[in-house]
Design a protein around this ligand. Structure first.
Ligand SMILES: Nc1ncnc2c1ncn2[C@@H]1O[C@H](COP(=O)(O)OP(=O)(O)OP(=O)(O)O)[C@@H](O)[C@H]1O
Ligand SMILES: [Mg+2]
Length: 431
């Protein structure tokens, strides 16, 4: 699946960049062609305006390069041509060009020429002698001067310009081909790099779904088997079947908790689990929870000691912080045997931080496992935690709650001696 996406991304990237490269190449070529030929064309127009004086600009400055000027009469016969002259076969081709404002490019005998063909008004003396433009209306002897409409053709060699354009074309094509190859390669490589985190997230999500289904399978199987057992004896009373009913209820409760935990984590993954931030007294929340747990601890013959400072106000989501505390106390109670002790501390830690510590004298965690207890579905002793109803999601949720408040959670533990979980929370989330 990812290979296909990688190819699609790389192709899309290559197409976009190639289109840009080709557009830029064509743009550059056309621009330079215009710049070069515009200069030539301006020169041709200047000469066409005053034909037969091709060696000088109107201001008297010498021309950059000589041009050939040819004047045809209405029948297409050459009336006049500058010193440098075209032969009869070339004149045949030139004669065919139509009058136009825009000069044309002509390829004659391996040479390139730019040709402007324009109308010109000339004055003809009765004696039929030299042609000038802009002469007075009468001849030297007072004879009327005739106005004649002729055609002027100014031709200039543009081999140098064409050379530059051909080199430019070769370079542009080369840049497009080499650049195109590099773009395809780079696109493929970058698409691969960009997909790495997506692939990891996808694999994590796949794992999450697989673990979740696996976790749900066991309680579902238990519910099914006990329900079937009850169905085998339809005449028995609920009291007689109370063992099976109790198991079904226990597993249902377990599934409800599991589904609710899964939902919380799924929401944190898609950033939908938002906090409702409000100022609240953390010490009051902690005291409240501790009170509920004192009785439960007593029932398990565990001593719950508290050390809660007064007036600890913070900005955060009180319900989520309560949930975090419940997860930690629940673990401490679950993993501390009878006669053990749990110490709950809540105090100012300085620097605008509050410290929440749950320390127990329970079974502890093996040194290699301490780093993994915040992983989803991680359970130290699977058989034991399953019996306790745990699925290994509690601390993942606790870690998310701490981090969502810009806080931190860490665990220290010594096997068979006890575990301490410390949560550091900023009083103001923005700090
Ligand atoms: N106070 C503790 N003492 C010893 N081991 C602990 C303690 N807290 C957590 N652990 C270990 O870390 C594991 C993960 O804890 P976590 O709270 O995430 O899951 P759980 O308690 O197994 O299940 P649940 O999802 O019901 O909380 C536990 O299975 C246990 O092995
Ligand atoms: Mg737990």
């Amino acid at each position: 699946m990812f290979q296909k996406i990688r190819v699609q991304l790389a192709t899309l990237n290559a197409v976009v960049f190639l289109v840009m490269l080709i557009t830029c190449g064509i743009g550059l070529y056309v621009y330079i062609e215009h710049r070069l030929l515009d200069r030539v064309d301006d020169g041709l127009r200047e000469i066409a305006a005053i034909p037969m004086q091709p060696l000088l600009h109107p201001g008297g400055r010498p021309l950059d390069r000589p041009a050939v000027t040819i004047i045809y009469d209405k029948q297409g016969d050459v009336l006049n041509q500058t010193d440098v002259q075209f032969g009869e076969s070339d004149l045949e081709t030139l004669r065919d060009l139509q009058i136009s404002d825009v000069p044309q490019t002509l390829h004659l005998d391996n040479h390139y020429y730019r040709v402007l063909t324009a109308p010109v008004t000339q004055y003809q003396f009765p004696q039929n002698t030299p042609f000038f433009s802009g002469l007075p209306q009468t001849g030297m002897a007072g004879q009327p001067v005739q106005k004649v409409q002729n055609t002027v053709q100014v031709v200039r060699n543009i081999d140098a310009e064409q050379d530059v354009l051909e080199t430019l074309l070769v370079v542009t094509v080369l840049v497009i081909v080499v650049g195109g190859g590099l773009i395809v390669g780079a696109g493929f490589f970058l698409a691969g790099r960009a997909l790495v985190p997506i692939r990891q997230a996808w694999e994590r999500q796949q794992q999450f779904v697989a673990d979740a289904s696996h976790e749900l399978r066991t309680p579902l199987a238990v519910v099914q088997s006990h329900s079937e057992l009850m169905l085998r004896h339809p005449d028995e009373t609920i009291q007689e079947q109370s063992r099976n009913v109790a198991v079904v209820l226990k597993e249902t409760k377990r599934m409800t908790k599991l589904v609710s935990d899964l939902l919380t984590l799924a929401r944190t993954d898609s950033n939908q689990a938002l906090l409702e931030l409000r100022p609240f007294r953390l010490d009051e929340v902690v005291r409240d929870v501790a009170e509920d747990y004192t009785l439960m601890a007593e029932l398990q013959e565990i001593e719950l000691q508290t050390n809660i400072e007064d007036e600890l106000e913070m900005i955060g989501d009180a319900n989520r912080i309560r949930q975090l505390l419940l997860i930690l106390l629940d673990n401490a109670l679950k993993y501390t045997p009878e006669g053990g002790r749990i110490r709950l501390t809540c105090r100012n830690a300085g620097g605008g931080m509050i410290e929440l510590i749950v320390a127990d004298t329970g079974i502890g965690i093996a040194p290699d496992d301490v780093a993994r207890i915040f992983d989803r579905f991680y359970r130290g002793d699977k058989a034991r935690t399953r019996a306790e109803g745990g699925s290994g999601l509690g601390l993942s949720i606790a870690e998310w709650i701490a981090e969502a408040h810009h806080g931190k959670i860490r665990a220290e533990s010594t096997l068979h001696q006890g575990t301490t979980l410390t949560v550091l929370l900023p009083k103001d989330k923005k700090e």
